[in-house]
Design a protein around this ligand. Sequence first.
Ligand code: THU
Length: 112
Amino acid sequence: MAEKAKESAYAPYSGFKVGAAVLTADGKIFTGCNIENSSYGATVCAERVAIFKAVSEGYREFSKIAVTAMPCGICRQVMAEFCDKDFEIIVDNKIYKLGDILPEAFILPKEE
Ligand code: THU
């Protein structure tokens, strides 16, 4: 599904298309693709599109994500917001754990 989602990528500036598919804890899949912008900083990665689509539909618990490229630092941080360190990231048939690719992630302390 990540490969299929990649077909929708809008990447006229880099030419680098990415697709992602995230699995929720209760078995639903949301897909995403990268969406670039002429103001480059407004570009959104495929992983974040998939996760934000899920969160916007009320899903906040995830077990794994398949991506067609290795996730960037910002996407790893977004994963850390919703997923624990055992969350799996599948890239090219290799499985990574979030805790291994973003150790010591920043998380805002809870207010007393
Ligand atoms: N990209 C993603 O979609 N996911 C990542 O984690 C890495 C980078 C996109 C952003 C941009 O559209 C293109 O790949 C080149 O950086």
